[in-house]
Design a protein around this ligand. Structure first.
Ligand SMILES: Nc1ncnc2c1ncn2[C@@H]1O[C@H](COP(=O)(O)OP(=O)(O)OP(=O)(O)O)[C@@H](O)[C@H]1O
Ligand SMILES: [Mg+2]
Length: 250
């Protein structure tokens, strides 16, 4: 079926996942995200964060259990309607060999230049104005090559322009310096307010945007709660975040 009007409630129901038979990377994951809520996912490298968020837009399908959006199993929905309701921005974004404008319009073909400018402002993409042909500058393999941080911000702008009900962000700002990252967060606040968001987070600073945190450990949800609660009650959570801070300092 096509996904009707999306409210954005998400549920993971006893979800298990293996890339290879007999080697599960997610076990019995139960998670509920309310419409409009921003849930951060924190965990050590390899704990299954990217895998978990990939199940929602069906980059992979669950091996056990189910993932639901507004009560519908995502496998019962047409891919096109599922993916038009969900926008994604991943750490290593895919940009096409085309102009900046064409890349941005992929998410929202009818967006006006004004809407593009607005999304570029939110995501701190001022650098686009300095490109030789602005929005018409070709990027990607046959065009101008952009830095990792610029690519990430454009991918985020593309997700914002799509005005999704559900946003999946996998460490989308890892290549940014902390100051630019903080500016993106401040500006994203309004955007995220009524969008259901799953965001994989490495830096403690990014947790500022989250209403709630799920701590993933060895493919299981080890704890959920506010950042402050988890800091106080889950030593492994503290350890993961302090390790990230040390790596940033290097
Ligand atoms: N395409 C794949 N094929 C086989 N195994 C995979 C694949 N992608 C990930 N894995 C394995 O699944 C486990 C979870 O990986 P995942 O990428 O979800 O972790 P992560 O928490 O996102 O890590 P990171 O913080 O490094 O991004 C890891 O053991 C990883 O090696
Ligand atoms: Mg990952």
């Amino acid at each position: 079926m096509a996904l009707p009007h999306v409210r954005g409630g998400i549920r993971f129901d006893s979800v298990g996942f293996s890339y290879e038979d007999g080697r599960p990377v997610l076990h019995q994951v139960d998670l509920e995200v309310e419409p409009g809520e921003t849930l951060a996912i924190v965990g050590m490298t390899g704990s299954g964060k990217t895998t978990l968020v990939s199940l929602l837009p069906r980059l992979y399908d669950v091996s056990e259990g189910r993932v639901c959006i507004d009560g519908h199993d995502v496998r019962d929905l047409t891919l096109s309607s599922l993916r038009s309701g969900i926008a994604v921005a991943f750490e290593d974004p895919v940009l096409f060999s085309a102009s900046v404008r064409e890349n941005l319009l992929l998410g929202a073909p009818t967006a006006t230049d004004e809407e593009l400018e607005h999304a570029l402002a939110i995501t701190q993409c001022g650098f686009v104005d300095d490109l030789p042909w602005g929005l018409d500058t070709r990027i990607g393999e046959q065009g101008l090559s952009l830095s990792g941080g610029q690519r990430q911000r454009l991918a985020l702008a593309r997700a914002v322009i799509a005005r999704p009900r559900v946003l999946v962000l996998d460490d989308p700002l890892s290549a940014l310096d902390v100051h630019t990252e903080a500016r993106v967060h401040a500006a994203m606040h309004g955007v995220l307010a009524d969008v259901t968001t799953l965001v994989v987070v490495h830096r403690p600073s990014t947790l500022a945007v989250a209403d709630r945190v799920a701590f993933l450990h060895g493919g299981r949800i080890a704890a959920t709660g506010s950042h402050t609660e988890l800091l106080q009650s889950v030593p492994a959570y503290r350890a993961v975040l302090s390790r990230e801070v040390e790596e940033m300092a290097r």
